[in-house]
Every structure is written in C-alpha cells, then in structure tokens.
Design a protein around this ligand. Structure first.
Ligand SMILES: *[C@@H]1O[C@H](CO)[C@@H](O)[C@H](O)[C@H]1NC(C)=O
Ligand SMILES: *[C@@H]1O[C@H](CO)[C@@H](O)[C@H](O)[C@H]1NC(C)=O
Ligand SMILES: *[C@@H]1O[C@H](CO)[C@@H](O)[C@H](O)[C@H]1NC(C)=O
Ligand SMILES: *[C@@H]1O[C@H](CO)[C@@H](O)[C@H](O)[C@H]1NC(C)=O
Ligand SMILES: *[C@@H]1O[C@H](CO)[C@@H](O)[C@H](O)[C@H]1NC(C)=O
Ligand SMILES: *[C@@H]1O[C@H](CO)[C@@H](O)[C@H](O)[C@H]1NC(C)=O
Ligand SMILES: *[C@@H]1O[C@H](CO)[C@@H](O)[C@H](O)[C@H]1NC(C)=O
Ligand SMILES: *[C@@H]1O[C@H](CO)[C@@H](O)[C@H](O)[C@H]1NC(C)=O
Ligand SMILES: *[C@@H]1O[C@H](CO)[C@@H](O)[C@H](O)[C@H]1NC(C)=O
Length: 423
C-alpha cells in the first residue's frame, strides 16, 4: 500500500520534473546556440508546446463529444423505452390516447420476447379497399398460395381473394341472403380450405358444418343436422370455430352452446358420436369447464394440444390430450378488464413456431401478444379504443398470417380486413 502511494506520488511528480527537464534543455540550447538563433528556437519551442497543448485539448474535447453522443443515445433509448411504457399504459387506460395514437412510437417498441418472434407495423392496410362489396370477415383462412378466404357472418357468405387478383369471388353462400338451404348459410363463423380446395364452413346459426367441394356452391352437411332440440351434449349448438389436424382427417369444433370442444372424423357424412375434447358441458371458470368457447387452435407438431378462447370467461385455456382439465394461459378467469393481464371477450388465438401466442381481444379492440409462458401480454395492434383509424380496430374477431408472416385481422366492427406488414 505504502509502496503504491509512493509510486503514485512519484507519478504525480513526473510532470513538474519534466518541465524542469525541458527548462534544462532550453538552458543547454541557450548556451549552445548563437544569439540570433536563440529567439527562433524559443519561438519553435513555444510552438511545439502550443501544438501539444492543442492536440491534447482536441483529444479531450473529442472524448467529451463521444460521451455526449453516447449519453444522448442512452437518453434516447431511455426515452423510447419510457414512451413504449407509456404506450402500454395508454392501452391499459383507454382514456389516455396520445402515445398509443402515434404509430412511430409503438413501432419502435422493442420486441418483448427477446430475440424471438416478429414485429409488425402498427398501421394497417385495408385489404381490397376499392372492392364492391367491401370485404369483411369474422374469420380468415389463408392457404399455402396466400389466397385469402374470408367468412362474412353478417352477409352470410364466403369470399375468396387470390394473391394477384384484384377482384374477390363468392365461393359459398349467397351475399346478403341467409337461410337453411344447402346453398345458404346463417351467421357463418369460420372457414377452412383443405388440400383439394374443398371449403368447410362453420354454419353457426344452422348448427352445422358445411362442406363445399372445390368449385361447387352447394354445401353438404358433414356435421349437425340443423336441429338444436337434440338433448345430447354432442349436438352442435352454435358451433363457433374449428381446427383441423394436418392430415385433415380429424377436426376439433368449439361449440359455444355446448360449452365444450368436440372432436370428429372429417370423413363422416352422417352425424355420429364425437369425442369430447374439453369442457364438461356446463359453463364456468374452473379447469374442467369452458365459458363460451369461441376460438380454437391446434399446436403443431403433435397437434393434440388445443388452445381455446373463452369468450364469456375472458380467458384462454390450453388442453393436453386425454385430460379433462385444462390450464389457464391468459386472462383473468371470469373477469373482464383491460390491463396487460386482462382480456375482454377473446375470440381467436394463434401460436407461432416460437410459442408466442396471439390473442384477438375483441372487446378491448386490440391484439395481444404473449411471450412463451408469460401471463402478461403486450398490445401489438390497436390502442384499446374502438375506431376506424389505421392503428385502430373495432370488435376484431379473427387473426391469420400469410407465408411471409404478415398479419391479417378481421376488423369485424369496422367491416374491413386489415393487413399489418411484418417489419
Ligand atoms: C440524460 O441521462 C442522464 C442520466 O440519466 C441525466 O443525468 C441527464 O440529465 C439526461 N440528459 C437529458 C438531456 O435528458
Ligand atoms: C423464431 O425464432 C428464431 C430464432 O430467433 C427466428 O429466426 C424465427 O424467425 C422465429 N420465428 C417466429 C415464427 O417467430
Ligand atoms: C397453389 O398454386 C398452384 C399453382 O397454381 C396449384 O397447383 C396449387 O393447387 C395451389 N394450391 C392451393 C392450396 O390452392
Ligand atoms: C403472383 O405474382 C407474382 C409476381 O408476379 C408471382 O411470382 C406469383 O407466383 C403469383 N402468385 C400466384 C398465387 O399466382
Ligand atoms: C380447385 O379447382 C380448380 C378448378 O378446377 C383447380 O384449378 C384448383 O387447382 C383446385 N384446387 C385445389 C387446391 O386442388
Ligand atoms: C373415417 O376415417 C377414420 C380414420 O381414418 C376411419 O377409422 C373411419 O373408419 C372412417 N370412417 C368412414 C365412415 O369412412
Ligand atoms: C363441471 O364441473 C364443475 C366444476 O367442477 C361442476 O360444478 C359441474 O357440476 C360440472 N358439470 C357437469 C355437467 O359435470
Ligand atoms: C390487472 O387488473 C386486475 C384486476 O383489477 C388485477 O388483478 C391485476 O393485478 C392487474 N394486472 C396488472 C399487470 O396490472
Ligand atoms: C370513421 O369513423 C368516423 C367517425 O365515426 C366516420 O365519420 C367516418 O365515416 C368513418 N370512416 C370510414 C371509412 O368508415
């Protein structure tokens, strides 16, 4: 310690001794040189010292500048972070709008699932904005060629928009005409297209699943018989959404009126006894029950883990095969609210390859993203206030992704389809 102190002292003493040394040198120089050269040398010496001084000053100044820049960057980052914090705060509190309404701030939000998952522009582009009739949907199906199939529940038909087409065509139902005939639909809620181009539709208010062979406008009832007076809990009473295994041999149907999820073989042409996948048949918020099942998603690759949204229970549940009980994975069961832990009438759910979950939080007019195993969501689309601006949604119902992971939302309350580009 004492040695160190001594060393430090000698170090401190170095500069004065250096000065002494240099004065010594000048003395030597003075004695060696002739009188006329003396002044020039002195001037040169002063110049050298001046140059040295300026360079050191410059370095110090430069260092200061770097520091300043770094600080500014830090502060900017901090500001962005604070602002994004404000954004989530704003979405939590619908009365605060400023931060959330500025899309550039929300776009700058850091990916909350570290180095995993994607980000999307928060400003939506309306799909087929010039088309007549306007495209609207309660659910959207996107095939491997990025062809969009939208089911419009209020107009009771299914439209198809191919990637490079400027016009949509009707592929099932009759626009604006609901009914029970094989050509008609009533409040259809979901659509799926198989490898052969055959179209399946959840014909909710007809309590049936219709299949339209590729090119045919006449539907075949593959499930349900149009009657709701069937006493069995297997009846299809207001089926809402379905999900298909990749083999397309088995489907899962979320049946709102039954308070359960049923599993069926898709090859059936007459109603048969299905298997109950989830929900004991009475509505509630226990792990054995569903509460207004609506959206359904099958988790790849095993495709036997089922995610279900409880529209009336404001939650999302996950069911493993062969288990009668599920796990709550999002929302506060039985309670609607709007902060990051909350959901209000969730209608659809999707999970990506990195286990990031996306929930259409319909009555909060937003899309929530949940990182793997996280119970708090981040608002990625919408600001919590219903509206028709490009950053807003109104009672959205469905979510789908194309091959480039662009996000499409059925902005049902606004009667439009919004596309959000992946960044
Ligand atoms: C930047 O951040 C530092 C550290 O938090 C703070 O001391 C400084 O005042 C901030 N400067 C500005 C301009 O905000
Ligand atoms: C999953 O994470 C990997 C690695 O970070 C990334 O390359 C990939 O794009 C992510 N996929 C999705 C669907 O988020
Ligand atoms: C995708 O497009 C190709 C070429 O037009 C076609 O052969 C194929 O059947 C299409 N796939 C689907 C799912 O429509
Ligand atoms: C759409 O157009 C692009 C470029 O013109 C083409 O590469 C692509 O194959 C087309 N897609 C379909 C589904 O026709
Ligand atoms: C559906 O039928 C059309 C017309 O016959 C055909 O071009 C298309 O490839 C079919 N779709 C699939 C996925 O096979
Ligand atoms: C439907 O498919 C399943 C599984 O492939 C099979 O076991 C069953 O016999 C089929 N039913 C009919 C009516 O073809
Ligand atoms: C479903 O489970 C709940 C909670 O355990 C129970 O109260 C209810 O009676 C059950 N319903 C049926 C039909 O078993
Ligand atoms: C959200 O609100 C619920 C109900 O008021 C509360 O229990 C929960 O702690 C809140 N969560 C957050 C993250 O604020
Ligand atoms: C958006 O909403 C405003 C206010 O409700 C309304 O005046 C306007 O017509 C709407 N725009 C569209 C394109 O629907």
């Amino acid at each position: 310690m004492s040695n160190l102190n001594v060393m430090m002292l000698t170090n401190e003493d170095l500069s004065p001794s250096a000065i002494k040394e240099s004065t010594g040198i000048t003395k030597v120089l003075r004695t060696l040189c002739i009188h006329s050269k003396k002044k020039i040398l002195l001037a040169l010496f002063i110049l050298i010292i001046l140059v040295a001084l300026i360079t050191t000053l410059g370095v110090v100044l430069k260092k200061r500048n770097v520091k300043k820049i770094t600080l500014t960057i830090d502060n900017a980052t901090m500001q962005t972070l604070t602002k994004s914090g404000e954004t989530s705060a704003a979405t939590e509190n619908p009365s605060i709008t400023t931060a959330a309404e500025n899309p550039s701030i929300t776009t700058a939000t850091k990916d909350p699932c570290p180095s995993r998952g994607f980000r999307w522009n928060t400003e939506g582009i309306t799909v087929g904005i010039d088309l007549s009739p306007k495209l609207s949907c309660s659910r959207l199906f996107i095939d491997s060629n990025d062809t969009l199939y939208g089911v419009d529940n209020t107009k009771a038909y299914v439209w198809k928009l191919s990637k490079n087409d400027t016009n949509a065509i009707t592929v099932a139902g009759i626009y604006g005409t609901k009914g029970q005939s094989s050509f008609r639909l009533e409040n259809p809620q979901d659509v799926y297209v198989d490898q052969y181009g055959d179209i399946y539709v959840v014909d909710t208010n007809n309590h049936r699943i219709q299949k339209f062979i590729n090119g045919s406008m006449e539907g075949i009832t593959i499930l349900g018989n149009g009657a709701i007076d069937d006493a069995r809990r297997f009846r299809l009473q207001y089926p809402r959404n379905f999900a298909f295994e990749s083999t397309e041999k088995f489907m899962y149907v979320a049946v709102h009126g039954n308070q359960n999820v049923l599993g069926f073989f898709t090859n059936r042409t007459v109603p048969a006894v299905p298997s109950v996948i989830a929900g004991n048949g009475t509505s509630g918020n226990t792990i054995y029950q569903l509460n207004g099942p609506w959206g359904i998603y099958l988790l790849p690759p095993t495709q036997n883990i089922v995610f279900v949204t409880n529209y009336d229970g404001h939650s999302v549940m996950r069911f493993s095969p062969g288990k009668s009980s599920g796990t709550f994975v999002a929302g506060i069961r039985g309670f609607s609210c709007s902060n990051s832990s909350c959901l209000h009438n969730p209608t659809d759910v999707k999970v990506d390859d990195n286990s990031t979950m996306y929930v259409v939080d319909s009555s909060n007019h937003r899309v929530q993203m949940f990182c793997q195993n996280k119970r708090q969501g981040t608002t990625i689309i919408g600001n919590g206030i219903p509206g028709n601006k490009s950053t807003q949604l109104s009672q959205p119902q469905g979510i789908a992704f194309d091959s480039a992971m662009n996000m499409y939302i059925c902005d049902t309350g606004n009667h439009r389809v919004q596309k959000f580009l992946r960044l």
